[in-house]
Structure formats: C-alpha cells, structure tokens
Design a protein around this ligand. Structure first.
Ligand SMILES: O=P(O)(O)OC[C@H]1O[C@](O)(CO)[C@@H](O)[C@@H]1O
Length: 524
C-alpha cells in the first residue's frame, strides 16, 4: 500500500504554524532562555550515546506542540508502519523500501510480495564476512599469488558516497588494506588512482546497483584494460568482484559468478551502504566491526519506530528543519562535524537528502505550492570557522546548523580535544547569543579602543538569534556512526512524508544522462 496523500498545507497545524510564526519571529532566543530555566533540559532528547540539544532554535513549547500535531495530521505513524512492513511505498517505481532489513537484528520475517527477504540478506552478509576475512587474512590472493594491499571501489553516487564516507570516517579501526575510490568519469581521476597501484596486489570492487551507469562502466573498462596490460583475462577472477542487482550484465562484463555480491531493488542507491555496497567498509575495518555498524543502524531504527515523537531524534530533526524551511524562509542547512574523520559526511548527506527530497510534485501527482527539499552543505569544524562561518554569524540569511561533536577523541589527546570541543560549544553559543552594541562598546573600552568606536562599532555587532542543534556523541565508533547515519536517513524520510512527496525515486537525474548520451552519439 502506498503512503497517504495528505497536503500538509491544508492541515490545521500548518495554518496554526503560519500564524504562530508571526508571533514568535521577533522573539530572541536569549529571552526564551531567560524565561525558562529548564529550556536546555526540556529541549534535549537522547538515544544511547547520542544527545540532541535542540534548545538553541527559534522555537517555544507551542512551536513544538504544533509541529508534533503536524505529524499526526500527516499520519507519520502510518507511514512508518508501512515503511518497516515492506509495503511498496516507493510507488513510482513500485518497490518496497527496505534498507532497514539489511541491518535488522531481530528474527522476524520481512515480507516483500509474500517472500521473506531476511534469508537472502543473511546469506549475502555471510558471503561478505567470509570474503572479507579471506582477503584480510591473505587466504585469497591476487592473480600472481601475492597478498592484497589495496582495494579500489569503482562506483558513483550511492555506490561511492556512503562507503567512501564510512571507510574514511572509521579509518581509525582500519586494517592493513588501503582503500581507494574511483567515481568521476574524469579519466584523470582514474589514472591518478591507478598510478599508485600494483595490479598484482589490488582488489577491484565494481559497485553498481543497475550496472548501467556510464561513469562506473567506463571506469571499470579502463581499469580492466590497465589490469590486462600485465595480467591475463583468466586472472580477472582473482582481482575483480562486483556488487549489483543486475547479475547478467555483471557476467557479460566478465566477472566470475562466484565473485558477484547481490543486492535488491528494494534498496535505494543512497541507502545501500548497509548492503554488499558496503563491501569496501567490511574489507577496511573487518566484518565484525561492520556488524557493529549495522547494529548501530538497527538500534536507531528501533528508536525511530518506538520512541514518542517528542523524544525521537530523527523526528525532532525533521520537524525543526520543516519549521525553518516552510515557515521561517530558510533555504539551506549546514552540518558541521567536529572531527576530521567525517570530512565526507556532508557530501553523503547531500545525496541522501537532496536526491530523496528534491521533488516538486506531491503524492497525488500535483505541483506543490510550498517548499520541499532543503539544501544541505557543510564541512568539518574547526576548518569551517576559517571558511564560511562569517556568513552564518553576520550574514543576512538564517541557516540552521547541526553541530556534531564527540566527547572522546580516538587517540586520546586531551590538549587538542579540549580546544576542539571548546570551539564546538563556542560556535553554537556565539550564534544564538550574538554580541550587542553595549557588549561591543564595553569590549572596546577595555581594550583601549574608544577612539575607534564610532567607526567600527556597527561592524563588530553580532545580531545573534541564529539557530543550531548540538549533537553530542560519546565516541566515533562503528556502532555510533551507524546510528548517526540511520538517524539522518529517518530524518529525510519524515521530511518526505510531511511534504507529501515520494522520497525514493530520482527521475530528476535522468534528463542530464539522456542528453549526455545524445551528445556523445552526435559527436562520435
Ligand atoms: O549504483 P548505480 O546503479 O551505478 O547508480 C549510481 C547512482 O546513480 C543514481 O541512480 C543517480 O545519481 C543514484 O541514485 C545512484 O546512487
């Protein structure tokens, strides 16, 4: 059964939120904190190792109450039930949406067209485990009998961004294998990667759900030709494996059948890192750690399904962005992890969120007359403080931020970590508190700069009242990263449900592909 078709703008809560915005739009957050001593506690929700403090937002009790009412009127509960039950909620492609089955740790059946998908999920995970362990342990070797030293993931979009982000994010836990990612059809990208590699000791993992993607097939062909400069065709089976739903195309490409890892059409590309698409993750950190990553994702699924919405991390995050996007006029949001490991978190979230919710036709097939998918961008703190934070502090736009910090550093260096976390907290505080004229004046007086007050004071004022969420996580572990990713997946889902759009197709990427192919035919 499909998701219900409910126009959110026709609900009572939507109209009330519009009216409510007029009442609260000029109320500074500083005042809200003064009025309510329990604000931080009240606007904090926790799940295991993750605390979400959403108190530094332009919301009050009424805002939250109305946003929660919106989840009722748009029947989020019904959507969540259909999603986890394997209903075909990807209506436009007539598919179920079951990335949650890939990390399911329960013993329940999950049915698609009456068939339980869990046995196949488990046997693929088992195959990944055996394969990863043999490659890491040296039981499987390259064509000339040498142990593998390098792995190259060849894929793009969901077949690249997720695995790349997790492999780099969890490199603290990595083994001796060095993992590389080739995605862009830019040949220079391919040859730059190849120049560091020895074909004898490199494992190539071609990842493409459809196995029709121009970039991936071109790159795989180029890499195979490079490989065959040294090796024989019969050697391919030692050094090439593939992940796909399209078994025939993979076989036609020349990959041995036993070297194919399957996935299913009920896994969207941007949600596929939990499947065999995550093979490079399992090779890099070992299957046991990959299993913990899956468990973290699963734990977040349980929280999302069961926690009341006022304490539910993905739901709260989604509601807050809807508030800014649809009522406060914000267009984008920034995600800033305070760890260099998560340098690729924002590009991953960009595909997750913008490919999912960049739609302008509702579930009834009508053009929407309200804003949908918001723009996501970001990079790591503290680097961003020396790049784009100026615009957030003193620019003209309201850009809500998610600050993600970790209580513990992985190498345990206290000096760096204290400074890192001081910056993490300071940014959120500076954004919402700002710095008034009086404060600037006092500062300048203390610094013997009164002679410059007239000239500089207006430029040194920080308006404040800039919103942010603070996500404080105990430690960057495979489990916690799994939970964080699942949290953002579910946030995206909730947004799509409320916006009344289909979040699991991506027809918008097709036209450019078609035109590129036409141009190639004309020019060849
Ligand atoms: O895994 P495939 O089929 O090569 O697709 C790669 C990517 O291309 C898209 O279809 C469009 O960008 C994504 O949804 C997908 O992740």
């Amino acid at each position: 059964m499909s998701l219900k078709n409910i126009n959110p703008t026709q609900t009572k809560s939507w109209k009330s939120l519009e009216a409510h915005y007029q009442l609260v739009k000029d109320v500074p957050m500083k005042k809200l904190f003064q009025q309510d001593k329990d604000r931080t506690e009240k606007f904090t929700a926790s799940f295991e190792d993750i605390d979400l403090d959403f108190s530094k937002n332009r919301i009050d009790d009424k805002t939250l109450e109305l946003l929660l009412q919106l989840t009722k009127e748009t029947d989020l509960k019904d959507a969540v039930e259909k999603f986890f039950a394997g209903e075909k909620i990807n209506t436009t492609e007539n598919r179920a949406v079951l990335h949650t089955a890939l990390r399911n740790q329960n013993t329940n059946k999950i049915l698609v067209d009456g068939v339980d998908v869990m046995p196949e999920v488990k046997s693929t995970l088992e195959k990944m485990k055996t394969f990863s362990e043999k490659i890491i342990g040296g039981d499987l070797k390259g064509y000339s009998g040498k142990n593998f030293t390098d792995v190259v993931n060849i894929g793009i979009g969901g077949s690249d961004l997720g695995p790349r982000m997790v492999v780099e994010g969890l490199q603290f836990y990595k083994n001796h294998l060095n993992t590389h990612f080739v995605s862009n059809i830019d040949g220079d990208h391919v040859y730059e990667t190849l120049k560091k590699l020895n074909p004898e000791t490199t494992l190539f993992v071609i990842v493409s759900k459809t196995f029709t993607t121009q970039e991936t097939l071109t790159n795989a062909e180029t890499i195979q030709a490079w490989f065959l400069e040294k090796a024989k065709r019969s050697d391919i089976k030692h050094n090439f494996v593939a992940v796909s739903t399209n078994l025939q195309k993979v076989i036609d490409f020349g990959i041995a059948e036993e070297n194919i890892f399957t996935m299913w059409d009920w896994v969207g590309g941007r949600y596929s890192l939990w499947s065999a698409v995550g093979l490079s993750i399992s090779l890099s950190i070992g299957f046991d750690q990959f299993q913990k990553f899956l468990e973290g994702g699963f734990a977040m699924d349980e929280h999302f399904k069961n926690a009341s919405y006022d304490k539910n991390l993905p739901v709260l995050l989604a509601l807050i962005t809807i508030w800014y996007n649809n009522f406060c006029g914000s267009e984008s949001e920034v995600v800033i992890p305070y760890t260099q490991y998560l340098e690729n978190f924002a590009p991953f979230l960009q595909q997750l969120s913008m490919e999912s919710n960049g739609k302008s036709v509702d579930r009834g097939g009508n053009q929407v007359n309200y804003q949908t998918g918001n723009i996501i961008w970001g990079n790591t703190g503290t680097n961003v403080q020396h790049a784009f934070m100026q615009l957030l502090h003193q620019g003209t736009k309201i850009i809500p931020v998610d600050f993600i910090g970790f209580k513990e550093s992985l190498f345990g260096n206290q000096d760096h970590h204290k400074k890192l976390m001081a910056n993490f907290s300071a940014q959120a505080e500076a954004l919402y508190k700002g710095k008034s004229k009086d404060e600037v004046y006092l500062d300048m007086k203390l610094n013997n700069q009164l002679d410059k007050v007239e000239q500089l004071l207006p430029f040194k004022v920080f308006e404040g009242n800039k919103p942010s969420n603070t996500l404080l996580v105990k430690k960057l572990t495979p489990y916690n990263l799994g939970a964080l990713i699942a949290m953002y997946e579910h946030k995206t889902f909730v947004q799509g449900v409320i916006w009344n759009i289909f979040s699991f197709d991506q027809f918008g990427v097709e036209l450019g592909k078609e035109l590129a192919n036409k141009l190639l035919t004309v020019n060849s």
